[in-house]
Ligand binder design. Structure first.
Ligand SMILES: C[S@@+](CC[C@H](N)C(=O)[O-])C[C@H]1O[C@@H](n2cnc3c(N)ncnc32)[C@H](O)[C@@H]1O
Length: 274
């Protein structure tokens, strides 16, 4: 199941529901109705969405800054939310090339409207409207090939849990096989291991005709099996320093680590292709 095609505001979309959780304005009554069902079973979803976004910033700063990567492929971009990935990268690597991929018509419209995006020229920041279930279409595109002159930071934030097995593994494996050695893979992925309510969140999406499959720690770790994991490995995002650079420490104050992790309920990881 995909969101691709024409804009249909009568049924919810994954991109617009996520926009709602982040406090955005690009959502409709159908999205807010589905979002309310999610919040009923997982009241901390807004916090989880913010933390997911923060991990995007942390991982991207690490890959562009500490590892010097200047090519980025962002799978499942989402409706623009500041800072966007290209802004994080560009602050560190001004002459970088970034390719965004999504198949939601609202994401596409906004990304084109951002002005600095140009999906026809050689470069700099581009956008392709592709359903990632058809990953071969992406891999065969000129836009993708244009990235491959240097190692690529491949970003999969909050996207892989929207595909049934074995599709997300095929997507990751084919893309990581195509990019040069020294490329990076970053993932955030919802999990019921930290909070059993995530299994119900998956059901809410599926009841609303959107595929969603939170996965276990072992299943999420499997994405990285042929790569060199960067410390601290596949973990909760608070174990990475915050995007502002300070440690993300609430533990020991009002909440235990397990309570915080249950509120966030996703695992993240970054790995390098040897
Ligand atoms: C939860 S949002 C995540 C946005 C952003 N990566 C982030 O982490 O903040 C998931 C995005 O994946 C996109 N998406 C879902 N299924 C897709 C598919 N089959 N092909 C391309 N994009 C897809 C949705 O349209 C949405 O924009």
């Amino acid at each position: 199941m995909t969101d691709g095609g024409a804009l249909d505001t009568n049924r919810p979309s994954k991109a617009r529901i996520y926009d709602y959780f982040l406090g955005g304005k690009d959502n409709y009554p159908s999205d807010r109705a589905a979002a309310a069902q999610v919040e009923k079973v997982f009241p901390n979803i807004r916090r989880a969405a913010r933390e997911n976004r923060d991990f995007m910033v942390k991982a991207t700063k690490f890959i562009a800054g500490e590892r010097g990567i200047r090519r980025f492929l962002d799978l499942g971009t989402g409706i623009p939310t500041a800072p966007n990935l290209h802004q994080v990268v560009r602050e560190i690597q001004p002459d970088s090339r970034i390719l965004y991929v999504d198949n939601d018509p609202v994401v596409l419209a906004h990304s084109r409207a951002l002005g600095e995006l140009d999906d026809t020229a050689e470069g700099l920041v581009g956008f392709v409207d592709i359903d990632l279930a058809d990953v071969d279409r992406l891999i065969e595109s000129d836009e993708f090939r244009n990235l491959l002159d240097e190692p690529v930071g491949v970003s999969c934030f909050g996207i892989l849990h929207f595909f049934p097995d074995p599709v997300p593994y095929t997507i990751v494996d084919k893309i990581m096989a195509a990019v040069p050695a020294g490329s990076y893979l970053s993932i955030t992925h919802a999990t019921p291991d930290l909070n059993p309510a995530l299994a119900e969140v998956g059901e809410v999406y599926r009841n609303n005709k959107m595929d969603a499959f939170p996965r276990t720690y072992a299943e999420i770790s499997h994405f990285f099996r042929d790569l060199d994991l960067i410390d601290p490995g596949v973990v909760v995002s608070r174990l990475w320093p915050t995007s502002a650079g300070s440690p993300a420490e609430e533990v020991g104050h009002a909440k235990t680590a397990a309570e915080i992790d249950a509120e966030v309920a996703f695992f993240c990881g970054v790995a390098r292709k040897p």
